[in-house]
Write a new protein. Structure first.
Length: 128
């Protein structure tokens, strides 16, 4: 199964611009999301990743569960685990990788965002 996907309704109309608007989901992120969804007891849940104004660098990432795909959403999948983001957020996330990292300092989802020109120390906000 691919680790990125373009919504079915636009897959036939893929352009270079659309193809660049992808979000990669790492193996470790997919496993962690699958674990969290299983604990919620609702297999229809997806991780919703959003970008909003705020944070110490201008934009901030938001994470939450959702079981609805809206008209302007893009769904990315790896090993059956789905991550959904809206069109406006994808503008700032295009080309990014969602990862889950565990180290001596703790464990957290991380966004490796090539569009970020700066980020705060915690990694939860960025400038573009």
């Amino acid at each position: 199964m691919p680790d990125t996907a373009i919504p079915a309704q636009t897959a036939a109309q893929t352009t270079d611009d659309t193809a660049a608007r992808v979000l990669t989901v790492s193996e470790s992120a997919a496993k962690r999301v699958a674990f969290l969804v299983a604990n919620e007891g609702n297999p229809a849940l997806m991780l919703r990743l959003t970008v909003s104004g705020g944070g110490c660098s201008g934009f901030q990432y938001g994470f939450g569960f959702d079981d609805t795909v809206n008209e302007d959403d893009f769904v990315f999948e790896r090993n059956g685990t789905r991550v959904v983001t809206d069109d406006a957020s994808l503008d700032l996330l295009a080309g990014s990788t969602l990862d889950y990292v565990e180290d001596l300092m703790g464990a957290a989802f991380q966004i490796k965002n090539p569009n970020a020109t700066a980020s705060c120390g915690c990694g939860n906000s960025f400038a573009a």
